[in-house]
Design a binder for this molecule. Sequence first.
Ligand code: HEC
Length: 398
Amino acid sequence: MKASVASRSFVTAAGIVIFSGSVYAANPDQTRARMDKIFGALVSVLPLSLNGAEYEKPANREMVLGRLKDLSDESQSLESHATGNDRTFAFIAGSLAKDARDIHRWYARGSYGESRYLLHNLTENCIACHSRLPEAKVFPAADVFFKDVKVASLPLMERAQLQMATRQFDAALQTYEELFKSSGSRTSEIVMMDGFVDYLKICIRVKQEVARPIPILEGMLKRPDLPKFASLQLSQWIASLRKLSKRHDKAGFELPSARKLISDAQRASEFPMDRGRLVDFIYASRLLNSYIQKKDPGAAALEKRFSPATVQSPRPDLAEAYYLLGVTESMIGRSYWLSQTEFYLETAVRSAPHSKYADKAFAFLEEQVLVEFSGSSGTNVPEDMQKTLDDLRKLMKR
Ligand code: HEC
């Protein structure tokens, strides 16, 4: 409790001017310390959970329960200290905290299958947060984890996921490249794989090695099993990577640069979900993530300065940045587990409810929701989503 009060005042004192080139704004050492604990807990339960029988074995129960409790507690404190960071960070931290809490609860009441299933999806949160921004430092110590035989013998795709979750980016890229080169998977499958988008995101957003995927994609282009649609996409992606690798984006121009990249990409698309410009959308999201990390003072600071929230002191720049992130995410988001598109659009509206971008974001959000929740039995928007839409509508009218 004490720690929480102390660090909160740190956040408020420094909250608005916090950008220093590190990956996160508020209190980096504390975040790292928490990450180490979260990682430590995961290291001991994840290998066990790869086998259902071991996970629920009575002899392991006390240990597993204790580690899941740690995982949950540490995730809760990451969440409660996240309000000094930009709102995307806080959102993902909240999602992690919820998942970790559920995993512990399911396990405690003996629902092992549910608990295991959730645990395997938990890493989506780690990946979403880690793949957002350039890496500030290389983290070597995860070797312990990968020495475990069970982890080492995982299929390549799952191994790469774990490497990303634990910030082993170089290793993850190598694993992916091995997977993409192997004849074990068809090119059409590779191109459609979630992992493929993750691979591009790490190259472009985290490692900032925009040219790196080019030879890999060229190799795929030569393969005889390549379907026509994939060959068209790969050629477009290679062309984009070549062009983007020559760019030098000046700091301070992220928003207009992203705006232009997105509108050019949209204009060049032949149909709404055309993936030919995937790489351009990923690159634009890199600029936007960097913008909001620098400019979004976080929920705590926003609430403190303007009450209620941002209505009196709107931030149309943030509304635009979040709206554009929603647009890119709808093209490049790959996780059904953790959908960020709706969060981005909602945050756009809240950032400046009477702005042009709030209007656009709201319309897009409404459309996304209707598409998502309509089926052969009609439209069934869940209550909380409907409430969000109603609240936003009121906010925009005020
Ligand atoms: C809300 C954002 C967020 C989430 C969620 C998240 N992390 Fe992190 N993680 C970070 C940041 C920021 C760093 C620090 C990066 C740096 O210093 O370069 C970090 C660093 C780490 C590190 C390196 C720690 C060190 O000593 O430098 C590990 C390991 C790690 N995270 C594991 C995990 C795992 C495992 C999960 C999921 C269970 C996870 N993280 C979820 C943001 C997040």
